[in-house]
Design a protein around this ligand. Structure first.
Ligand code: GDP
Length: 664
């Protein structure tokens, strides 16, 4: 196959960080250092550069593209964009699905910040191997040791330091593995390496070797005897990193061009290649020889149309091929790879690679598969929206364009929902948080040319039931022609929080034939989208117990209608309970103002669950209803005299207490 490089020399990685840690700066520096792959390795012969149209060139590919490819040391690196704000939890989840390893980026002054913690937990859940880059070591107050202790204390990580900062101001790094002082030129390339004996290196090296000896006993012996083989040390480090045993830590300053090449060396040496992960299914390895399986993880729109970003897990995706997309057929048209400065057409994308399909009918979460071996990769599930705003098109032109613009936004970001307000008929945009919605509204304007006025944000309630109820419902219609008949007996009861809607069929002996049971299920699902209080129904178990049919008048449709009625009645009888979203809130505030901040939180129905003081700054952990937190940023600002920060994340849904006013 042309244009491919072995899987062992590919790295799909993401940089995960709290906002402002320096992700944009670091990405720019990486793309600067890591040139086009063909410059360094001749690895993409077979591709043709066809984007000669000046406007396409001029536009350039921004570093915020969903995936950008570059090359380092004969390896192809694809940088996958991870969102910079926790409101986009779903985007983080889906980028974690398609990357194989991650660089956890910290600000050396701020250390581990709330979102660092969130994305760390998500990466852990997905089993994504990580290394860390402690950035901004040029800043006053930067402290590698403190950042390392925070990694231990707040993330439970086991950091192993590979490079140490040197110089005030920072102008070199100490390479712990090679015992060298490394200097960089003005553009950040390695300018010199010289042997260096330093007690800081000795201490870090001892810790490193002791750890690596856990996976390679020979290392300890070699060390005691005086010399450790560098290749063996890297091999052991890699093993432990892939197993998630420890977190290799590199130091530097992206802005001052210190340390980026050493970080890239570590990416290549320590992060996994695409074949390392478990097979997709029994006998379905992640190799080019296996049948095609690829996942569309992002759809972006620009002036030229849609770019559907696809990660190929197995097989080869070829231009012109007919592939299966969740049961329908798709002809693969133009395939492009994105580089820092342009896109290039490619003929084929083998396992491990990331490409974009131009103007293909794909949406986020679609699986592309070999039509003879269809497979559905687990879609990235869109979480239920927790907040919504009414949007009102400003002009007639805006009104005409809005539906199409909203449909495109939804394709790109399925965690956005569009609904109609049942009372006012207004269009409601629902999403994961205030910022998520603000950005969606701004994308409507900048990407789709639609301006809207936005109403006050409201939280998205849900409902469940408080007790059990059994109903016996019969539907009988006789209006000339074929009639309708269905009879169901069902029970509803509370399920565990987070279980959603559970449907259980306990019909024995065929009192209702199977095809009608599926009608019952559909009817229940339809009724559950808008329950007794007008909210989606969750955490309810529905048990179908019994029923009967009519020889002529029964149908799936009749059972769906009957089940809908039965379920609505059961909800009313079981006592509907309104649920509201609660968030986990982390607030940092100078000690002097902590009393005011706590007082304000209790007024907002918040509950303090933890409190920690470091120097004169208090970190509060709290749980509070989202509905009581609108405008919190501004209020915290005045309570803490501009020195407070906060971070919130959806925690769970819980019943709205008695006596709390609700504006659904
Ligand atoms: P992002 O929000 O994570 O993408 O962060 P940016 O790359 O936009 O950086 C946030 C701010 O930190 C900007 O003002 C950068 O210039 C600055 N910054 C980034 N890296 C460094 C660094 O290594 N040292 C210093 N002193 N500032 C940095």
């Amino acid at each position: 196959m042309t244009g491919t490089i072995p899987l062992s020399r590919q790295r799909n990685l993401g940089i995960i960080a709290h906002v402002d840690a320096g992700k944009t700066t670091l990405t720019e520096r990486i793309l600067f250092h890591a040139g086009r792959i063909h410059r360094i390795g001749g690895v993409d012969e077979g591709t043709t550069v066809t984007d000669h149209r000046p406007e396409e060139q001029a536009k350039g590919i921004t570093i915020t593209a969903a995936a950008v490819t570059c090359g380092w040391d004969d390896h192809a690196l694809s940088l996958i964009d991870t969102p910079g704000h926790v409101d986009f939890t779903m985007e983080v989840e889906r980028s974690l699905r398609v990357l194989d390893g991650a660089v956890v980026l910290l600000d050396a002054v701020a250390g581990v910040e709330p979102q660092t913690e969130t994305v760390w937990r998500q990466a852990e859940r997905h089993g994504v191997p990580r290394i860390a880059f402690v950035n901004k070591l040029d800043r006053a107050g930067a402290d590698l040791g403190r950042a390392v202790r925070a990694l231990e204390a707040r993330l439970g990580a086991r950091p192993l330091v590979l490079t140490l900062p040197e110089g005030e101001p920072l102008d070199a790094l100490l390479d712990v593995v090679r015992r060298e002082r490394v200097r960089f030129d003005a553009e950040g390339r390695v300018a010199s390496r010289e042997p260096c004996d330093h007690p800081r290196i000795d201490a870090a090296r001892e810790a490193l070797i002791e750890a690596c000896a856990e996976v390679d006993e020979g290392l300890l012996e070699a060390w005691l005897e005086g010399e450790v083989d560098e290749a063996a040390l890297w091999a052991a480090l890699r093993r432990g990193t892939l197993e998630g045993r420890w977190l290799p830590v590199l130091a530097g300053s992206a802005y001052r061009n210190v340390g980026v090449p050493l970080l890239l060396d570590a990416v290549v040496a320590l992060l996994p290649d695409p074949s390392v992960a478990a097979p997709l299914a029994e006998g379905w390895p992640r190799t080019v020889e296996a049948p095609l399986a690829a996942l569309c993880f992002k759809v972006d729109f620009d002036a030229y149309g849609a770019l559907a970003f696809v990660r190929v897990y197995a097989g080869v995706l070829r231009k012109g091929d007919a592939v299966d997309v969740n049961g329908r057929k798709l002809r693969v048209g133009r395939l492009v790879r994105l580089f820092a400065d342009q896109r290039e057409d490619v003929e084929a994308a083998p396992a491990g690679s990331i490409v974009a399909l131009v103007n293909a009918e794909l949406s986020t979460g679609d699986t592309l598969a070999d039509p003879t071996r269809p497979i559905a990769l687990e879609p990235v599930t869109a979480p239920e929206a927790v907040m919504r705003v009414a949007v009102e098109p400003r002009t007639r032109v805006d009104r005409d364009r809005l539906p199409k613009a909203l449909a495109r936004l939804r394709l790109a970001d399925p965690s956005l929902r569009v609904l109609a307000d049942p009372e006012t008929g207004q269009t409601l945009l629902a999403g994961m948080g205030q910022l998520h919605l603000e950005i969606a509204v701004s994308r409507l304007r900048t990407e789709h040319g639609v301006t809207v006025d936005v109403g006050a944000p409201r939280v998205a309630y849900r409902e469940t039931v408080g007790s059990r109820a059994r109903v016996d419902e019969t539907l009988r219609k006789q209006t000339g022609g074929p009639g309708l008949f269905a009879h169901v007996v069902m029970e509803v009861e509370p399920a565990e929080p987070g279980e959603g809607l559970v449907f259980e069929d306990r019909i024995r002996g065929g009192a209702i034939p199977r095809e009608y049971v599926s009608g019952v299920r559909k009817g229940v699902e339809a009724a559950a989208s808008c329950g007794a209080l007008g909210h989606p129904v969750v955490d309810v178990r529905v048990v179908l117990l019994d029923g009967s049919t009519h020889p002529n008048d029964s149908s799936e449709h009749a059972f769906a209608l009957c089940a809908e009625q039965a379920f609505r009645r059961a909800l009313g009888e079981a006592g509907p309970v309104r649920l509201e979203p609660l968030v986990r809130l982390e607030v940092t505030v100078p000690e002097a103002h902590v009393g005011d901040v706590i007082g304000d939180l209790s007024a907002r129905r918040g509950r303090i669950v933890g409190m920690e003081t470091e120097r004169d700054v208090v970190r509060l952990d709290a749980e509070a209803p989202l509905a009581a937190l609108f405008g919190y940023a501004a209020d915290l600002g005045s309570l803490a005299r501009g020195r407070g920060t906060h971070h919130l994340e959806l925690a769970r849904y819980a019943p709205v207490p008695e006596g709390v006013a609700v504006r659904a």
